[in-house]
Write a protein that binds this ligand. Structure first.
Ligand SMILES: Nc1ncnc2c1ncn2[C@@H]1O[C@H](COP(=O)(O)OP(=O)(O)OP(=O)(O)O)[C@@H](O)[C@H]1O
Length: 656
């Protein structure tokens, strides 16, 4: 609230309404003008010629009521603004992305066919967007390489027919979900970068100033998508001209000379920078990780070192033992002096994120209850775990052994855990995981488990601690299992008390775990993924009251017996926009329930569960306003779409 200077406050006093009126006005303002409305009104204020948005105004009519839009150009879902479709409205001015930041449910934005100008809007700030349509405007200027960095959810980006310059932004090349990219009719220069996406549903870079050869993975795209770039070559356009032998020789000689000179410079610098003697190293700064975690730096056991560690010569350094040969080494000192942040405290001790001076970001998980086996057996087992390699397993990188505590070190996974994406996404302003992503995650989890079952057949519960916080998601939302196969080294009483395997019905009822125990956990995880509800057994973990409630009560609560209505069971945010996949969702639910069969004898074994999951058909769900239109025709047909869209705002056509 702005505070008025004293004299102004006095001057206004005569004209101000009574306190009661003011309070009433404030009350009505707060209740009638939702935060979505405020955001939209600020957005409108940034536009020139906004007469087309006359229905956007303060007052008793909110932009959305449930799934119905009251304001023109708005798509609504559960009372929140889900999409903005402001096409062919003669809008001038710039797009004020900042004003839209509080629209937490916004997933699609289209301002195509207007006269908007200024630099490319910073859509990256709206990281949850799935579709961005800015084609046919007057946006201009350099597009920075990181303009789309972190837009993990972006499926469709249409920037055609503007005046954008610079290279095609490299941040586009690794967006995991990007399916449509329309950049035609701009002034992009340079080479087409190597897109990592396997295939595009729509791709067009024609009529720019691109040069060089077309990357091979784009060679299946229609040639017309590349036309109008005079210096572009390679399939599907004509072959690139062969460079003459002479020019190759010249390039080789120049490169050779450059390498020799760079080598010489490095040699000189290295020798200059070397400390005169290792004994005069400056004292280490106070360790952040050490300070936070209170990890002891020196003790007799740690000084013995490990044969695995190449830097074994430093007698005073506590040793980290690396279990993989393919990893850049760092030592315990690096780890201890790195800046650290607590990621969370699970059932065991806390986990820390540590940023090493080299730039590597690691996670250090501390265990005090890991004394089930002696030192040698422990080391052998860690080496065995280090040998597990699978795209869906987060590898153990190194460990630190002290009798009193162990540290397990792995890579930091930036997108965090599945638990956060299922239950904490709203607070973080992230979109809910769609059905297609959830199914891919379930398939990835099953594949990771299969690998552990194959590689560690002697373990009774090969994973033993499967839950949503132990499934991490990488940049492309691929699942990575963590904290797996630790039961053999855990103190048994702690394992019984804390680990998920011991929360299964066979343990709570008969005091045993079996090969099918992980299948129970997989079933619970599947139900959690489908319903979006957090399993009670995890909430109760470590509090010792699991026996008071049957392990089935959560299952019967989230999947009531004889359910028929999909809305009753499935996470609404997942089910919306995936109507065509309802059949597969139901199949997965049946798989989840079969895995949650209380009678171990009747419960599927892992092989059966895996095969059933593999059979599920993947289908990349789509939930923006162009779902029912061929995207190639988007721009041409925008008038038609707008007409349909107007119908939807009256409630007669449901697009979302
Ligand atoms: N390598 C990692 N990268 C990113 N986040 C991680 C990593 N390892 C763990 N986390 C996250 O850090 C938080 C704390 O993890 P931690 O393993 O200590 O506890 P937990 O998984 O909640 O429970 P438990 O101790 O039973 O495994 C969790 O949210 C977890 O998902």
């Amino acid at each position: 609230m702005r505070v008025l200077p004293d004299n102004m406050a006095r001057k206004r006093h005569h004209n101000t309404p009574s306190l009661l009126t003011t309070l009433l006005c404030m009350f009505f303002h707060v209740t009638l003008v939702s935060s979505d409305a405020i955001a939209l009104l600020n957005f409108k204020a940034s536009l020139r010629n906004d007469t087309a948005l006359a229905s956007w105004r303060k007052g008793p009519t909110p932009p959305c009521k449930a799934n119905k839009a009251n304001w023109v150009g708005i798509h609504c879902w559960q009372g929140k603004v889900r999409g903005l479709k402001l096409e062919n409205m003669g809008l001038h001015g710039a797009v004020d992305v900042d004003s839209l930041l509080s629209l937490s449910s916004l997933r699609s934005i289209s301002v195509m066919n207007n006269k908007l100008s200024g630099p490319l809007p910073e859509v990256r700030k709206l990281g949850a967007l799935k579709s961005v349509y800015l084609s046919n405007n007057n946006f201009s200027g350099l597009v920075e390489s990181d303009s789309f960095m972190g837009m993990t959810w972006l499926k469709k980006l249409h920037l055609a027919n503007n005046h954008l310059t610079g290279n095609i932004p490299s941040s586009l090349t690794s967006l995991p979900k990007l399916l449509e990219l329309r950049l035609e009719g701009n002034q992009f220069v340079g080479r087409i970068p190597d897109f990592q996406q396997k295939s595009f549903r729509s791709f067009n870079v024609s009529n720019n100033y691109l040069s060089g050869s077309i990357p091979p993975n784009l060679s299946r795209i229609n040639a017309s998508s590349f036309y109008g770039n005079d210096e572009l070559c390679g399939y599907p356009l004509g072959q690139c001209k062969q460079t003459s032998v002479l020019s190759v020789v010249v390039v080789v000689i120049v490169l050779g000379l450059a390498i020799v000179s760079i080598g010489a410079v490095f040699f000189i610098l290295n020798h200059r920078n070397q400390p005169p003697s290792s004994s005069v190293e400056s004292p280490l700064p106070i360790s952040n990780l050490q300070k936070r975690a209170g990890i002891k730096e020196s003790d007799n056991q740690s000084r013995q070192g490990s044969p695995d560690h190449p830097g074994g010569g430093k007698a005073e350094t506590p040793k980290l033992s690396f279990v993989r040969g393919d990893r850049e080494r760092f030592d315990m000192q690096d780890l201890l002096k790195s800046s650290a942040e607590i990621l969370g405290s699970g059932c065991f001790e806390s986990s820390y994120k540590a940023c090493l001076p080299s730039g590597q970001v690691m996670v250090v998980k501390r265990f005090k209850q890991m004394n089930n086996v002696g030192k040698e057996e422990f080391q052998d087992y860690m080496k065995r775990l280090g040998k597990l390699r699978h795209p869906n397993l987060l590898p153990l990188v190194a460990y630190y052994y002290r009798k009193e505590e162990k540290l397990l070190v792995s890579d930091y996974v930036h997108k965090g855990s599945l638990a956060v994406h299922l239950h904490g996404h709203q607070g973080l302003g992230l979109p809910s995981l769609d059905w297609a992503t959830r199914l891919k995650i379930v398939k990835g989890i099953a594949k990771g488990l299969k690998h552990i079952y194959n590689e560690l057949p002697s373990l009774i519960a090969p994973h033993g601690h499967l839950k949503s916080s132990n499934v991490l998601l990488d940049e492309s939302l691929k699942p990575l299992l963590t904290d797996y196969s630790l039961i053999p080294v855990m103190n048994q009483e702690h394992a019984h008390e804390l680990m998920v395997a011991y929360k299964s019905p066979e343990y709570t009822q008969h005091g045993r775990i079996t090969k099918k125990t992980d299948v129970w956990s997989l079933g619970i995880l599947i139900l959690e993924i489908l319903t979006g509800k957090f399993p009670a057994s995890i909430l109760q973990q470590g509090r010792g009251n699991i026996e008071e409630e049957s392990p089935f009560s959560w299952v019967t609560m989230v999947v009531p017996e004889g359910w028929t209505d999909i809305d009753e069971v499935f996470d609404k945010e997942m089910a919306a926009g995936s109507k065509s996949s309802e059949g597969e969702m139901r199949k997965l639910l049946r798989i989840g329930l079969a895995c949650c069969e209380g009678d171990v004898e009747k419960r599927w074994d892992f092989k059966e569960a895996f095969e059933r999951i593999e059979e599920l058909r993947e289908n990349d769900g789509d939930d923006d306003f162009y779902t029912s239109y061929a995207s190639e025709a988007d721009i041409d047909s925008s008038r038609r779409i707008s007409a349909d869209f107007n119908l939807s705002t009256t409630g007669s056509v449901q697009i979302f």
